[in-house]
Design a protein around this ligand. Structure first.
Ligand code: NIG
Ligand code: FE
Length: 416
């Protein structure tokens, strides 16, 4: 069955834009008075609406009344959406002047969420994860990476990954799981990061592979979490087992870019503390830098040097880092708009960071651009000017989301 959807005042295809380096708004392909032809969940063509009406007379018409702009759906490549409980107390302590690392050192922080998440059942976690994934979906984010990392034992990490898997079966969004057993050193292993990582790599990672629960492994490299040396050993083993690897790097202290490049990590996420030296190292490699403005906003820390990274020739992805500690807001578009303004990113650079460049950071080549043969994953805003979405800083939400061959209108989106 073929569908012709439209007309749109503008369709922003993201076609022809490079994976790395600066982009200007003039480079955006904007098809005006356009339609999108879809068949079997795949884009057949995006082009002039009247021409498509003539070229595809058999297509079922989905006529939209009003003025609309379509973009490829967004992709959030970094979330920790599988957790239980709140950390409002940590947040209040931070606004009161305590630092994230100080709070963690006194038993708050990640370990506080670990305790609350361990106390939840798999079913409860699946429900919480589903609710968050569907909230993102209704805002136009239809591919969502979700990390484990609040279990921190073999059984508890498996519980989280199974909860994510369950949520993925129930959500219209595509959920991409990542094992973050190396989130912090749990109580019981304090002072012995190698013993903990040894357990995870010998008992957990092979089990995850065997059960097909994740293809990606992440680690938090930081003072109070894991050292570069221990991370190298762990990630090498993960790679040997066939996992793609990513790192939480340069959040509070720099010095992880070299390892990320050496290990050909898919992405290095955070980079708030990345200096010129780190940027130069990343410019020479293929690791994709991921900025997490939600963590800067939740911690009162600087933003990642997104402008400098792009100017040095790297790629740039923006993700929400949605988690109960450092990034409790979870509104990706608001965060991307704010980062764009703070770092002077063009609208093209921000949209690239949320679409095809994000797809690349998850190793997905089938989405992120509205081109023939790509997945029919797109979002539709009620406006006649694409710039309105970032201008409204997260307040404008899509009127429709097209995913899995279904055109979700607002009523449907509010119900999922
Ligand atoms: O990406 N930095 C480490 N991990 C998360 C925070 C997790 C938490 O505080 O619960 C982050 O910021
Ligand atoms: Fe994170």
């Amino acid at each position: 069955m073929q569908y012709l959807i439209g007309p749109f005042q503008q369709v922003i295809t993201m076609a022809g834009l490079s994976l790395r380096g600066p982009l200007s708004d003039e480079q955006l392909e904007i098809v005006s008075l356009a339609g999108i032809v879809v068949e079997n969940d795949t884009i057949v063509e995006a082009g002039n609406f009247d021409r498509l009406m003539n070229s595809y007379p058999e297509a079922q018409l989905e006529l939209l009344k009003g003025e609309y702009v379509a973009f490829p759906s967004m992709i959030d490549v970094h979330t920790h959406c599988c957790w239980a409980g709140s950390r409002a107390g940590d947040y209040a302590a931070r606004t009161g002047g305590k630092s994230y690392l100080e709070i963690a050192a006194t038993g708050g922080g990640i370990m506080d969420t670990v305790r609350k998440t361990r106390a939840a059942t798999k079913e409860e976690l699946a429900e919480l994860t589903l609710e968050r994934a569907n909230t993102l979906f209704a805002r136009g984010i239809t591919t969502i990476e979700i990390k484990s990392g609040y279990g921190l034992s073999v059984d508890e990490e498996l519980k989280l990954l199974e909860a994510i898997q369950k949520a993925g079966l129930l959500s219209p969004a595509d959920l991409i799981p990542t094992c973050l057993a190396a989130h912090t050193i749990p109580t019981g292993f304090r002072g012995d990061e190698r013993a903990y990582l040894h357990l995870m790599r010998t008992e957990l990672l092979p089990e995850i592979k065997k059960r097909g629960l994740a293809d990606r492994v992440d680690i938090f490299i930081e003072k109070g979490a894991f050292s570069v040396k221990a991370a190298r050993e762990y990630l090498l083993k993960a790679k040997e087992l066939g996992f793609d690897v990513v790192v939480h790097g340069d959040q509070f202290s720099s010095g992880t870019a070299k390892l990320a490049v050496e290990l050909e990590a898919v992405s290095i996420d955070h980079l708030e503390a990345a200096d010129e030296g780190e940027i130069a190292i990343l410019a020479k490699g293929n690791v994709i830098p991921v900025a997490l403005p939600g963590a800067s906003l939740g911690l009162g820390e600087p933003f990642a040097p997104a402008r400098k990274l792009l100017d040095a020739g790297t790629s740039l992805v923006i993700a929400s880092d949605w988690n109960p500690g450092s990034a409790p807001m979870g509104n990706l578009v608001a965060q991307a708009s704010i980062l764009g303004m703070a770092q002077k990113l063009s609208m093209a650079e921000v949209w690239a960071a949320l679409t095809f460049r994000a797809a690349a950071a998850l190793g997905l080549s089938d989405r992120g651009r509205l081109e023939p043969g790509m997945k029919a994953d797109f979002i539709i805003y009620s406006t006649n000017d694409y710039r309105e979405v970032l201008y409204r800083q997260g307040e404008l939400i899509p009127s429709y989301v097209f995913k899995n061959n279904i055109l979700y209108n607002r009523a449907l989106l509010n119900k999922i």
